[in-house]
Design a protein around this ligand. Sequence first.
Ligand code: RB5
Length: 150
Amino acid sequence: MKIGVGCDHGGFVLKNSVIKAIKESGYEYVDYGTFDAEKSVDYPDYASLVAKAVLNKDVDMGVLICGTGIGISIAANKYVGIRCAHVTDSFSAQMSREHNNANILALGGRISSEEDAYNFTKIFLQTKFAGGRHQRRLDKISEIEREQCK
Ligand code: RB5
């Protein structure tokens, strides 16, 4: 499994914790930037890089980080087929996979601690989609996407 990681300057603080969690889960990662916290950049650019990488199957899943996790998740969710979950607690990290089959995790560098980011990423990567009735609901989300993209 390969995980794409992207962040803006506000999310950079959590990138190493996320990468540590990916490596310790036994997975590879691709770092799509940004590469420091000093230069102000635009979170939609990094959301696009990782969302496209997931859709193109260059990576299997993604983790995106901005200041709050809000903007970067909104941007990623504009891509048809992306289910980006903005997570601020362990239970949501688990449910985002188990019920929503999220393919991108979004975190906030000004919201979550490094330890939390590490834990949320590990839970996200290690939790499997439950399928069943949840697949029916995801099919309805795909139907919304098809209607909206006509
Ligand atoms: C950048 O200052 C900040 O707006 C961004 O990181 C994010 O929090 C947006 O949702």
